[in-house]
Design a protein around this ligand. Structure first.
Ligand SMILES: *Cc1c(COP(=O)(O)O)cnc(C)c1O
Length: 338
């Protein structure tokens, strides 16, 4: 089966497994796991940020960041498609007691002007205090769209002028970095906190890193503890991440090329009504259901041993990743030509 539902389906490569087996470990709750410590130091240095902390999941890292940057009753500003709003179980309300002001962005991206307009006047005590902006890069629901750095800088300026904090949900930040030749430090300089998933395109089995400024991260260990995320000999998993950061970053260009090639084939097929712009490893397209029904299309793929995801109402998603080979790719390009 060729599984293109998500880039979370990858399994550790034999070399990664070997590296994991040789990891030096200790009790990370005592901060005595050398593999975790090495990973955290490496990531903080790579992004030029003060500190890093290893979390079991991206959701927990985002939730911790929001907790660290807000107080109950306050409001955060994000795109209407944001993961923190849609896919974290309402955790912003549950864990931090904050509400979300949603922005009608473009493929999951918002602008400085939209942020400016979404800020509640601080002296108007009837409204929640706006205190945090959460961005996503690349955007998940927005089909892997990337921000221009200038647009983030403009948002950062609005945040500084209005005393707002800025968090980046960088679940797929390495895809954005590779696709646009960014220097990771450019992101480190702009955000109070950044979460980065290592269990997606990078192919590690689990884990997300939260990066942040010293003042913020001082309390991050306690918040992680409260959320139940303190782990013990987790260096086995952290070493897989360390391995992935050294072997699986540059190869993301292949995922991006393949996604683009899939997108180019889909554009020529009459059963497709629209293909969203493909910038990284996610292809979003809409079926022309007068030509083929969603269930029919999915079973056609299933019969060809291919799995993709549906987002409802004929909206389909394909995600390329480490376990998707060139051979798989050539097969799919043929199968998609119906
Ligand atoms: C996957 C993802 C996360 C975190 O997901 P987990 O499954 O909790 O690791 C957060 N934000 C975005 C945009 C994502 O795509």
């Amino acid at each position: 089966m060729i599984d293109l539902r998500s880039d979370t389906v990858t399994k550790p490569t034999p070399d990664m497994l070997k590296y994991m087996m040789e990891a030096e470990v200790g009790d990370d709750v005592y901060k005595e796991d050398p593999s975790v410590n090495q990973l955290e130091e490496y990531m903080a240095e790579l992004f030029g940020m003060d500190a890093a902390l290893y979390f079991p999941t991206g959701t927990m890292a985002n939730q911790a960041a929001i907790k660290l940057l807000t107080n109950p009753s306050e409001q955060l500003i994000c795109d209407k498609w944001a993961h923190v709003y849609n896919y974290e179980g309402g955790g912003v309300a549950f864990n931090s007691g904050v509400s979300c002001k949603l922005i009608d962005g473009d493929r999951g991206k918002i602008t400085a002007d939209q942020v400016q307009k979404a800020i509640n006047p601080p002296d108007f005590y009837h409204s929640p205090m706006s205190t945090l902006v959460c961005l996503e890069n690349t955007t998940n629901k927005g089909g892997g769209a990337c921000y221009h750095l200038d647009d983030i800088k403009a948002i950062k300026k609005v945040c500084d002028e209005n005393d707002l904090k800025l968090h980046l949900d960088g679940a797929r930040l390495f895809n954005a970095i590779v696709a646009n030749n960014h220097d990771p430090k450019e992101f480190g300089a702009l955000f109070d906190t950044i979460s980065i998933c290592l269990s997606k395109g990078l192919g590690a089995p689990m884990g997300t890193i939260l990066l942040g400024k010293k003042e913020v991260m001082q309390n991050a260990m306690r918040v992680r503890k409260v959320l139940g995320g303190g782990m013990r000999q987790v260096g086995f998993a952290a070493s897989a991440v360390y391995y992935a950061l050294h072997h699986h970053v540059d190869r993301m260009v292949d995922d991006h090329r393949r996604a683009k090639e899939i997108s180019d084939v889909l554009k020529t097929e009459n059963y497709v009504s629209k293909v969203e712009k493909t910038e990284t490893n996610i292809v979003i397209f809409y079926l022309n259901e007068s030509v083929i029904k969603e269930a029919e299309f999915l079973s056609y793929l299933e019969n060809n041993k291919i799995r993709i995801s549906t987002m409802g109402e004929g909206k389909m998603r394909i995600v390329t990743h480490l376990d998707y080979s060139e051979e798989d790719h050539q097969k799919i390009l043929e199968v998609l030509k119906i």
